[in-house]
Ligand binder design. Structure first.
Ligand code: DX5
Ligand code: ZN
Length: 227
């Protein structure tokens, strides 16, 4: 991967100690991560509940890193503006969670943020082929959303590759992000199929050598995968 195309690492905030988020953000920044992946869950779109935009707004002043909101919520259009005002420069919505995906992605751009669209493992890529002009990031879920620590679904890898091809054909500036079960064991598969950004929660937070070593190892494995 050329230097300007180096893999970006976005830790999921899910495994963090929510009672010490400021310190956790500093620790992740010290470890060399590229951005913070806020997993927002409403207990409806996914069977789990996490944090909301007020928490992110309070954390904004404790980190210099770019924030991305992964909205696993129904009707995300209701809260797009709130997550942007809370300090998220990228807001990612699920194609499955909004009736008018084109309008919702347009809204994110109109509000001044970058727009991401996420696809659950079962959702075909065709769901986004007519909105690629509005998309800055395609987030391919390699687990069923709702929880960290799940097994990476290798069956989704052809979709990563197809998403990269769709991006090349329609919007070369867009980036492919992979989310779910990314670890030292699965990173090479992600990268070889086209992942440019990987989200990692449990594997990064529980890495035996610590977070910095996890980040360095991810970068080494990505380079090896493309050599
Ligand atoms: C799942 C979230 C993911 C998850 C990643 O719904 O969107 O970001 O927390 O955690 P790991 O890396 O443990 O699968
Ligand atoms: Zn996520």
């Amino acid at each position: 991967m050329a230097a300007d195309l180096r893999l970006e690492i976005a830790p999921s905030i899910l495994p963090a100690d929510f009672g010490r988020l400021g310190e956790e953000l500093q620790s992740l920044e010290d470890a060399g991560v590229d951005r913070i992946h806020w997993d927002v869950m409403d207990g409806v779109f996914v069977p789990n509940l996490t944090i909301g935009y007020p928490i992110i707004a309070d954390c904004r002043r404790h980190s210099e890193l770019p924030f991305e909101a992964h909205l696993m919520i129904v009707e995300p259009e209701r809260y797009v503006k709130a997550y942007i005002e809370a300090g998220c420069e990228l807001v990612t919505v699920h194609a499955e969670a909004t009736t008018h995906l084109h309008r919702t992605l347009s809204l994110i751009g109109e509000e001044g943020a970058r727009a991401g669209v996420a696809l659950n493992p079962a959702t075909p890529l065709s769901a986004i082929e007519y909105v690629m002009d509005l998309v800055d990031v395609v987030l391919i879920m390699t687990v069923n959303p709702g929880f960290g620590g799940q097994r990476y679904l290798t069956s989704v890898e052809p979709k990563i590759q197809a998403a990269a091809a769709l991006r090349d054909a329609t919007n070369p500036a867009a980036r492919i992000e992979v989310d779910g079960g990314v670890s030292t064991d699965t990173l090479a598969g992600c990268v070889r199929n086209g992942a440019q950004i990987v989200v990692s929660g449990s594997a990064l937070f529980s890495y035996p050598g610590g977070r910095r070593e996890a980040v360095d190892t991810f970068h080494r494995l990505a380079k090896e995968a493309l050599a």
